[in-house]
Design a binder for this molecule. Structure first.
Ligand code: WQD
Length: 340
């Protein structure tokens, strides 16, 4: 059976991907340092899949330890690399922390496999900045990143593309996520923001449950139908399934090149106010919100062209905004009764 290493596998997208890899018949081993996740997730994964996940606590910035880990697990056939710091605001305050962690971990990983590995890389639509043309395709130009976080994604993609160009044994698929939201239908895993949530959906659910005050809508003077900003929100389970499709494509050797990029979105944009309304309609919970100033660094509108993912990955998002909102709310209520 193929064995997949999932780095950052106790995180939000990582944990959902572990479930979908299991459902697809893969053996999985997780490494994580719990810098942005909770060890309890391992127990939750066992409850969902019925299998105690193989796990090693590991700091991927420790070159010697990573080399040793890979030597001890020579049966790993592929890697999905989620482990990275990802808070946009924090990256502005602590750039060196972000550059060190996000690059050391990636480079140590590739070196430990002697560049002889199939790797799925967790990238982001943030590399596009504010696209000139919407929906944005994978061939759109990247723009100067608005944050060190976004810059680490852009530079990591360049590192991978340039390495693949001279190393045929290194096969990489970069997946550019739009806005991952929602939770597993069991409500046993979901987004676990540390402190005050920066992202919209966890702030909405915490406001709805009374942990936070009213939501501030960051600007309603954008050039959009209702003035609030547009994003392409995608259910985290759809996103997880796309990672399984990417691993299968790498195993199939169907690709004509050893470096590929895919957009992972729904192809549909929603405004902040539309999301607020969708949450109220799907949960029956009234939200309090106020209109505030635009947030520094935000782009106005983005949604993905997902034709390439449909045609070549054989994947498309299936879960709608209603399922995104109701699953996020179910998870928030679970957390209230079962605090991590
Ligand atoms: C979405 C929209 C906000 C909070 C970032 C990263 C991306 C990925 C996801 C890591 C924006 C508005 C938000 C609030 C609001 N990062 N908003 N009030 O900024 O699109 O994407 O997070 O995986 O790479 O760039 O996501 O959820 O922060 O914001 O009005 O309290 O909601 O202005 O328009 P974003 P977000």
């Amino acid at each position: 059976m193929a064995k997949i290493l999932v780095t950052g596998g106790t995180g939000f997208i990582g944990s959902h991907t572990v479930v979908e890899l299991h459902n697809a018949g893969y053996e999985v081993i997780i490494v994580d340092d719990f810098s942005n996740s909770n060890p309890k997730i391992l127990q939750q994964l066992e409850t969902i899949t019925g299998v105690k996940p193989a796990f090693v606590e590991l700091d991927l910035c420790d070159e010697a330890k990573v080399k040793d880990f890979v030597k001890q697990h020579s049966d790993i056939t592929g890697v999905i690399h989620f482990a990275a710091f990802k808070a946009v605001g924090e990256s502005v305050q602590q750039p060196l922390k972000y550059y060190r962690n996000n690059f050391y971990s990636l480079i140590n990983l590739i070196n430990a496999f002697n560049s002889n590995i199939s790797l799925v890389f967790s990238s982001s639509c943030t590399v596009y900045g504010q696209p000139d043309v919407l929906p944005v395709t994978e061939s759109a130009p990247t723009k100067k990143a608005e944050s060190p976080y976004g810059n680490t994604k852009q530079i990591a993609e360049e590192i991978l593309q340039e390495s693949c160009a001279v190393t045929p044994t290194l096969k990489v698929t970069s997946l550019r996520y739009f806005n991952p939201v929602g939770a597993h239908h069991t409500a046993l895993i979901g987004e676990l923001p540390i402190g005050v949530p920066q992202n919209l959906i966890p702030f909405i659910t915490q406001s709805a449950i009374g942990k936070r005050g009213p939501i501030t809508v960051y600007g309603n003077d954008y050039d959009t139908p209702d003035g609030s900003a547009i994003r392409d929100y995608i259910h985290v389970v759809d996103l997880a399934k796309a990672h399984v499709a990417a691993i299968k494509r790498l195993e199939s050797n169907k690709a004509s090149t050893n470096y590929e990029v895919f957009n992972l979105g729904t192809g549909k944009g929603s405004t902040v106010l539309e999301i607020i309304k969708a949450f109220e309609q799907s949960t029956g919970v009234k939200l309090n919100y106020t209109i505030g100033a635009r947030r520094e660094g935000d782009i106005e509108k983005v949604w993905g062209d997902v034709t390439k993912s449909a045609n070549e990955l054989g994947w498309k998002a299936e879960l709608d905004v209603n399922e995104m909102m109701s699953s996020a709310w179910k998870w928030e209520k679970y957390l209230q009764d079962n605090p991590f």
